[in-house]
Design a protein around this ligand. Structure first.
Ligand SMILES: NC(=O)c1ccc[n+]([C@@H]2O[C@H](COP(=O)([O-])OP(=O)(O)OC[C@H]3O[C@@H](n4cnc5c(N)ncnc54)[C@H](O)[C@@H]3O)[C@@H](O)[C@H]2O)c1
Ligand SMILES: O=C(O)[C@H](O)[C@H](O)COP(=O)(O)O
Length: 374
């Protein structure tokens, strides 16, 4: 079997080499003629899987994407051609949750905000939105969820309309990019939505760039009442509207989901789907694919306040590292992909083992690994 794999999929050799011959290619540059002999294609979000790419792929029978998002894949076309498809739902939801909380702690410090009691509107209450909501609640934030598709489908959680969620102190977007239908999300944050926001509000986009109208946003940022923006994703990546970057509080190159655990989980979920498609049992375990965490064990002596939480969280991952790398390293579109390809290793909070006494349950709710105090 010939398997074409995006070169940025960790642990792919180990998981897929037993199935056949692997060819690793830069995802954004995979060409139709390179699929002439391919039986399976494993991609990330930068490969557009469409009519053009599949025009010379007579043998192709399986496409996997090691991502949550699927807007780069023409799934109707795959179904029509009898090509199986799998993505990796939820694979990097913890990573996105941790990115958003790190960003909030940075902005809280910068603007002297106390997060407990502040309101957070989560737009899209699926895997990543829920991961953000759970962590924000653990910090004492008042969370409201906006998800009309789930509300209409009878999800028992309480939901608010978009207009209500937009009034929150922080509004964080976690929707898929869709262009059609009653719930289309393209330019969900447009000029009209921007007009109701005030300059004290924090807006976070860690879903897809095109969900925000970046030109309208730039106009707002150049006005006397700019917003506090955290942007991980951008319209037209990698050729983004560079003028917007200096008008953000935090700017990163689409790496919110790039924890090592999140990326390895993405490859692993595609491997599981591939095994199922082949009618084979999964023979490799997930945990041994990860290196041991570089952290020792820390003792927490008291119930943590916002400052101690920030220090613990930023010991493992501080979004300012990625913001600095982006601001200094991004000048042209090729830099966007280079920064993503050479992303420094980042672990999830669970990799920091804490011993804590009673009263520190919040740490477990945030996702740290807790052992009882000796
Ligand atoms: N920046 C990153 O690194 C990163 C990482 C993971 C995912 N993502 C993006 O985030 C998106 C969401 O991820 P997820 O795991 O939460 O997906 P998910 O499918 O679990 O949840 C998405 C939710 O959005 C809701 N939704 C759809 N249209 C909506 C609308 N108009 N208004 C409000 N809610 C709406 C859906 O009902 C669903 O519950 C992905 O599709 C992907 O594009 C980005
Ligand atoms: O949809 C996802 O899972 C994320 O956006 C993912 O982190 C994107 O990373 P990429 O596939 O572009 O490397």
């Amino acid at each position: 079997m010939n398997i074409i794999i995006d070169e940025n999929m960790p642990v792919a050799e180990c998981l897929f080499s037993p199935f056949g011959h692997l060819t690793r290619l830069p995802g954004r540059q995979i060409q139709a003629d390179q699929l002439a002999e391919a039986d399976a294609l494993l991609v990330r979000s930068v490969t557009r899987v469409d009519e053009r790419l599949l025009s010379q792929a007579p043998r192709l029978k399986f496409v996997g994407s090691a991502t949550i998002g699927t807007d780069h894949v023409d799934q109707a076309l795959l179904a029509q051609r009898g090509i199986a498809f799998a993505n990796a739902p939820g694979c990097n939801k913890i990573s996105v949750g941790e990115y958003v909380i790190s960003a909030l702690l940075v902005l809280a410090e910068r603007h002297q905000l106390h997060l407990a009691g502040m309101t957070l509107g989560v737009i899209g209450a699926g895997n990543t939105g829920t991961a953000v909501a759970e962590r924000a609640r653990a910090l004492g934030m008042q969370v409201c969820l906006c998800d009309p598709p789930l509300a209409d489908a009878g999800d028992p959680r309480e939901f608010v309309p978009y207009e209500v969620a937009l009034c929150s102190d922080v509004v964080s977007f976690h929707v898929p990019l869709t262009h059609e239908g009653p719930y289309a999300t393209w330019h969900l944050l447009d000029e009209a939505a921007l007009a109701v926001l005030d300059g004290e509000q924090i807006l976070i986009n860690a879903c897809r760039g095109d969900v925000w109208d970046n030109r309208a946003l730039l106009a707002r940022q150049l006005s006397p009442d700019p917003l506090r923006l955290v942007m991980d994703v951008w319209e037209h990546e990698p050729a983004l509207l560079t003028e917007l970057v200096p008008h953000t509080e935090l700017a990163t190159p689409h790496i919110a989901g790039y924890s090592l655990e999140g990326k390895v989980r993405g490859t692993y979920q595609v491997y599981e789907a591939f095994c199922a498609w082949q009618g084979l049992a999964v023979s490799q375990a997930f945990t041994p694919l990860l290196p041991p965490p570089a952290f020792g064990q820390l003792a927490v002596q008291q119930a943590p306040d916002q400052d101690l939480l920030k220090r613990l969280i930023h010991l493992v991952y501080d979004v300012r590292r990625d913001d600095a790398l982006f601001r200094h390293g991004f000048a042209e579109p090729a830099d966007f992909d280079r920064l993503r390809k050479h992303y420094p290793e980042r672990r999830e909070w669970s990799s920091l083992r804490l011993t804590a006494q009673a009263g520190c349950e919040q740490l477990a709710a945030l996702g740290f690994t807790l052992a009882a105090h000796p």
